[in-house]
Design a protein around this ligand. Structure first.
Ligand SMILES: C[S@@+](CC[C@H](N)C(=O)[O-])C[C@H]1O[C@@H](n2cnc3c(N)ncnc32)[C@H](O)[C@@H]1O
Length: 279
């Protein structure tokens, strides 16, 4: 996989774009951003499949190039899609390709800087942009996208947010930047579960203290007066679960983090305890 830590004065040097002569390099406020390099069609399909794209998704491709990801999302997966792209010629080409593919009604392409766009409606975001842009986008994704939204990238990762899934795709024709194999990455935007939570049940009070680093959570607490000995935790989107034991009985909790409440149920031994936690 390629990696670059600095804003590229020359993308070609960093990602061996020698085969792109000359690359179309768009500008933002006079600065160089990322050139137009396409994602191979088989990788596009795997990216959308890895995100679990369906007809109820709204797929946004950031830096949409010739529109291939948005068009594939609409044509092959039945989704709605939006492409944001700085280069007006590529946007015109994308609209034309969408018409030719019969998906103009489910797709939209705008000439817009991804760093200034509102794409908070997206349920799937696809990205093939340079690392310095990825670094600027990760807080936008975490603050702006709904928990459960999926982000899929081609080749590049966020500086400190670990991907939920990674997949390698063998390429039929070698790619000038990726060689014989592309790596794709998927993240699920986590809900904010951090904090101190409390819920009442007929048998007593439950308290949780949750620490969070992106999708990784650390849970401590007590249930009905007994310390929870937590063994496993998982946060995927708004779905929170943990397993452990209290007073020797197995405890499994599954619930959803929705703003200032976590609603779910705990199984304690043979009992099922409905719980609604508040902060
Ligand atoms: C590497 S290409 C990816 C094209 C397409 N998404 C794909 O995967 O085939 C990156 C594209 O992002 C566009 N781009 C770069 N910086 C951008 C920005 N700040 N806002 C919008 N588009 C940008 C470039 O013009 C280029 O077409």
């Amino acid at each position: 996989m390629l990696s670059i830590a600095v804003r590229p004065a020359c993308f070609a040097a960093a990602v061996s774009l020698a085969a792109f002569a000359p690359p179309a390099v768009p500008q933002v406020d006079g600065g160089v951003t990322a050139p137009f390099v396409t994602t191979p069609v088989e990788v596009v399909e795997r990216m959308l499949a890895l995100a679990g794209t369906t007809s109820s998704d709204y797929v946004v491709d950031l830096g949409s190039g010739d529109g291939r990801i948005v068009i594939a999302a609409a044509k092959q997966f039945g989704a709605q899609g939006l492409g944001l792209e700085l280069d007006a010629k590529l946007v015109a080409q994308s609209r034309e390709s969408a018409r030719a593919a019969g998906v103009a009604g489910r797709t939209e392409f705008r000439v817009q800087d991804v760093l200034r766009a509102d794409f908070s409606r997206a349920t799937v975001v696809t990205v093939y942009l340079l690392p310095w842009l990825m670094a600027q986008l990760s807080p936008i994704f975490l603050d702006g996208l709904k928990p459960g939204a999926r982000i899929v990238t081609h080749a590049f990762v966020f500086p400190s947010w670990k991907p939920d899934r990674v997949e390698k795709v063998r390429l039929a024709v070698p790619h000038p930047s990726q060689g014989d194999e592309s790596t794709i990455f998927m993240w699920v935007v986590p809900a904010n579960a951090r904090g101190q939570w409390q819920a009442d049940s007929p048998a007593g009070t439950w308290r949780l203290r949750i620490d969070q680093n992106f999708q990784e959570v650390d849970v401590e607490g007590e249930g009905e007066g007994a310390k929870l000995d937590i063994k496993t935790t998982k946060l995927e989107g708004e779905r929170l679960s943990f397993t452990g034991a209290a007073r020797g009985a197995p405890v499994t909790f599954t619930g959803r983090v929705q703003g200032n409440r976590i609603a779910g149920e705990a199984k304690v031994g043979e009992r099922t305890v409905p719980l609604v936690f508040a902060k």
